[in-house]
Write a protein that binds this ligand. Structure first.
Ligand code: GLU
Length: 293
């Protein structure tokens, strides 16, 4: 296969651990095998949780493991205007609305909805005068994607949207499933303070960077439903997804940023060789003995 473009997109909210090493092996490895490109993207829009020292550690850890990537690295925090422009397009088409409800109010609205409405939130824009009053009072709000408006905007295309998924170990096995964004309700696309959300920034950057394959953990598999809808609404090309399982430790639990012992930095400081760690993770995976579901 030629022309594969993918990305590894960590958030610098903690130190990378073995699970990230595995995720990086999947993404960079797929590009290697296909003679393609794997971008490194720093997903740091949440400035309250991201820290420069974690970003530095990402570069150091990945180089230690022997990975290389095209420069310059895209750091999302440096491109907030891009996400604002994408949001402005959604606003101009009436595809998003301001939602002033608090988390508790959303939970109450879901709980009191008729059973058939499901466990998700769908709303609608407030009357202009009510909205103006809330804006004037400085009340916080989020921009939510209106499923109803998206359906009307896309017409028949909406019900034909599919997600293409390749098997991780057998990329030629392509299956196609119906995109079902309705299962998530009207998701938050941007907050007043952050100006974007993971969904919007990720879909925007995948399109901008010419990503053909999104290769990431199975924990994000469901996001593809929302991302496919956003791609259609913003006129971005669809991508192919590969989802890798999550690495588990000897106790059967997933590696997480809270586990300090098996960070790549700790392994590096203990004198381990990065390339050897990379081979070890790959070999263990081939035997299938450190994977969770
Ligand atoms: N930044 C996300 C994370 O660290 C990954 C998002 C993605 O690959 O789409 O979990």
């Amino acid at each position: 296969m030629t022309g594969l473009v993918t990305r590894f997109a960590p958030s610098p909210t903690g130190l990378l651990h073995l699970g990230h090493a595995y995720a990086a092996i999947c993404a960079f490895g797929a590009a290697d095998e296909a003679g393609g490109i794997c971008h490194l993207r720093i997903e740091d829009i949440d400035q309250t949780r991201c820290r420069p020292e974690f970003e530095e550690a990402i570069y150091t850890d990945l180089r230690w493991l022997g990975f290389d990537w095209p420069c310059p690295v895209r750091r999302q925090s440096a491109h907030l205007d891009d996400y604002q422009a994408a949001l402005d397009r959604l606003i101009a088409e009436g595809l998003v609305y301001r939602c002033f409800r608090t988390r508790k109010e959303i939970a109450d609205a879901i709980a009191s909805a008729p059973h058939e409405a499901g466990e998700v939130f769908t709303g609608s824009p407030l009357p202009a005068s009510e909205e103006a009053a809330l804006l004037a009072s400085g009340a916080p709000y989020a921009w939510r994607l209106s499923l109803a408006a998206a359906r009307a905007f896309l017409g028949a295309e909406h019900d034909r949207l599919t997600i293409r998924i390749e098997a991780l170990d057998a990329p030629r096995q392509l299956r196609e499933i119906r995109a079902d964004p309705a299962q998530f309700g009207d998701v938050v696309i941007a907050r007043k303070d952050a100006g974007t959300s993971y969904h919007l920034a990720s879909v925007h950057d995948d399109a901008l960077q010419g990503v053909t394959h999104v290769i990431r953990g199975v924990d994000l598999a469901s996001s593809a439903h929302i991302h496919r809808l956003l791609q259609a609404l913003l006129g971005y090309p669809p991508v192919i997804y590969r989802h890798h399982p999550l690495l588990t430790g000897p106790d059967g639990r997933r590696y997480a940023k809270r586990d300090r012992s098996l960070t790549l930095q700790a392994l590096r400081s203990a004198g381990h060789d990065g390339e050897a760690v990379r081979r070890l993770v790959k070999d263990h995976l081939a035997r299938g003995d450190i994977l969770g579901q």
